[in-house]
Design a protein. Structure first.
Length: 90
């Protein structure tokens, strides 16, 4: 059984997207981390993850994402985001 299938089986709220095209990729500093935000084709919610270093832009690339849906409150508004726990280029 693959690593992704094991993760999905163990964590029921975890989701997987395969071969999705990245439309936008923004990287910005936040404390000691680089906060990455992806927008993918066909989805209106941001996919966010952190890295220690700047990464090559993923705009236009196809990626596999493993993520948790999450709701954050910004200025009193509840906004849905996807918290990425694993990302791989396809």
């Amino acid at each position: 059984m693959s690593d992704v299938k094991k993760l999905l089986k163990k964590h029921e709220k975890l989701n997987q997207l395969d071969m999705v095209k990245v439309v936008s990729h923004v990287q910005r500093d936040k404390d000691d981390w680089i906060l990455n935000t992806l927008m993918v084709e066909g989805y209106d919610v941001p996919f966010k993850y952190r890295r220690k270093t700047i990464y090559k832009s993923l705009k236009g690339a196809r990626v596999n994402l493993t993520y948790y849906p999450e709701t954050v409150s910004i200025a009193g508004l509840d906004i849905e985001i996807m918290n990425v726990v694993r990302i791989r280029r396809s």
